[in-house]
Design a protein around this ligand. Structure first.
Ligand SMILES: Nc1ncnc2c1ncn2[C@@H]1O[C@H](COP(=O)(O)OP(=O)(O)OP(=O)(O)O)[C@@H](O)[C@H]1O
Ligand SMILES: [Mg+2]
Ligand SMILES: [Zn+2]
Length: 430
């Protein structure tokens, strides 16, 4: 606006102005403050055939991801005026997106090898990552649930450039890209506190903004202490979990934000935290454990394929210096299993991994022989598993078979998958 006024009043004498798009929050002293959504604006500018984009220095690298658009970062309004009046040149900000992306995409501060023991939990998280399955971890305080969850992005397949752009765009809209970053190179791990509002979680507001589920797009959304979240907040997540996108409607328009994420949740098994604990005694009265679980809505639980009990590692094991497998090795197996899945689902629009299979697809791709069918039937009866467990077990067993590169789901795949339904057992909390 400022440049427009200056040009109209002949203080800027240049035809060039109309070839540029200029954004920035102008302070009273002429300094420019950062803006939100620089990346999206840059993409649009390129589509419109605009020659250059002048914006606050803080946002310049973010916008410079869009090649073929000339991006200039400035700190004050007077730099812009001098530029248009031919007194100075502006220095173009150039980011070699591909090079920067591919050197950083495998860097990670955290690693699965930081976690001692917990072999069975890591195995289950590998399955979850391989099939895109949502997970709930149940365990006492200090068992390492948060630590494990944080490391899940390190075993997911690395970002593709397209995914990185999609996710960066969303973070850019809410102004969450710092000045040294051009493109996000790690899958997001979002961990909102349980006091979060439904608007902050799924997005909204008078001028709709993306929420946590969209910031977690192509990454992990971690809801720690699930029963502490307000029930109504969890309810609003059901539709986007299904559709992998969220539509926010207003009277005159509606916006759609992508929201395809892996949901990872954790909870203590009971209010005191020590139900089923190997050494400590649970002090919760009868019925309390089941009631605690009931705080999580059934329909949400329905969308979680893997239930995992996390038992703390004994102190002796924690202090051992034994070698543990690095994330990179696990990730390689996950990538292989994902390749099998993308091949399998190549004809199915919008389905990329086993977790996304419809009931019909489950029948099509999980073909049990008679022994396996009987095994599953018996297990369901013996463990008192509910009907909703059935499809979940089949999906997870498909992923276990894929990790082993087996064409058919066999009984040992099924028996492992059956273990991951703790919360469906009649005996739970009883
Ligand atoms: N298997 C492990 N290997 C290494 N360190 C561990 C392990 N388990 C727990 N720790 C240590 O214990 C700390 C607490 O773990 P964490 O916060 O992940 O537990 P939690 O299960 O999330 O507990 P809470 O229910 O209290 O949130 C970790 O930061 C880590 O330092
Ligand atoms: Mg925790
Ligand atoms: Zn208890």
């Amino acid at each position: 606006m400022a440049i427009g006024i200056l040009a109209a009043s002949d203080l800027i004498k240049s035809e060039k102005v109309s070839n540029y798009i200029m954004m920035g929050e102008l302070s009273l002293d002429g300094n420019l403050q950062p803006i939100k959504g620089a990346l999206s604006i840059a993409i649009k500018a390129r589509q419109e055939g605009i020659e250059g984009f002048i914006l606050p220095l803080e946002n310049a690298r973010e916008a410079a991801v869009v090649d073929t658009l000339k991006v200039y970062g400035v700190e004050t309004l007077s730099e812009v005026i001098d530029f248009f009046n031919g007194k100075t040149e502006l220095k173009q900000v150039i980011v070699n997106t591909r090079e920067e992306f591919f050197t950083k995409v495998n860097e990670c501060d955290e690693d699965f090898s930081d976690v001692k023991g917990q072999e069975n939990v890591k195995r289950a998280l590998e399955i979850a990552a391989a099939g895109g399955h949502n997970v709930i971890m149940i365990g006492p305080p200090g068992a390492g649930k948060t630590m494990l969850a944080k490391r899940i992005p390190t075993i997911l397949p690395p970002f593709t450039l397209r995914e990185a752009l999609e996710t960066t765009k969303i973070h850019s809209v809410v102004g969450k890209i710092d000045r040294n970053t051009s493109l996000m190179t790690q899958r997001p791990f979002r961990s909102p506190h349980h006091t979060i509002s439904d608007v902050a979680l799924v997005g909204g507001g008078a001028f709709p903004q993306p929420g946590e589920i969209s910031l977690a797009h192509n990454g992990v959304l971690f809801l720690d202490e699930l029963p502490e979240f307000k029930r109504q907040v969890l309810e609003v997540m059901r539709q986007p979990l299904e559709d992998r996108t969220i539509t926010i409607s207003r009277a005159k328009f509606s916006v759609e934000f992508p929201a395809s994420f892996m949901l990872v949740t954790s909870m203590n098994p009971c209010p005191c935290g020590y139900y089923n604990h190997p050494t400590k005694e649970c002090v919760c009265g009868p019925g309390i454990v089941a009631k605690y679980l009931n705080k999580i809505s059934g329909p949400l639980l329905d969308r979680i394929d893997i239930h995992l009990e996390v038992v703390p590692v004994p102190f002796k094991k924690l202090s051992e210096h034994s070698a543990t497998e690095p994330s990179l090795d696990i990730r390689l197996r996950v990538i292989k299993a994902r390749e099998i899945q993308s091949h399998r689902f190549s004809g199915n629009d919008g389905v990329f991994c086993n977790a996304q299979m419809s009931s019909k697809m489950i029948r099509q791709y999980v073909d049990l022989d008679e022994t396996s069918s009987n095994l599953l039937k018996n297990a369901m009866e013996r463990l008192g598993l509910s009907a909703r467990a059935y499809d979940r077990i089949l999906k997870v067993s498909r992923t276990i078979a894929d990790l082993e590169q087996c064409k058919n789901v066999e009984s040992h795949h099924l028996s492992e998958a059956i273990q991951y339904r703790s919360l469906d057992r009649e005996s739970w909390g009883g």
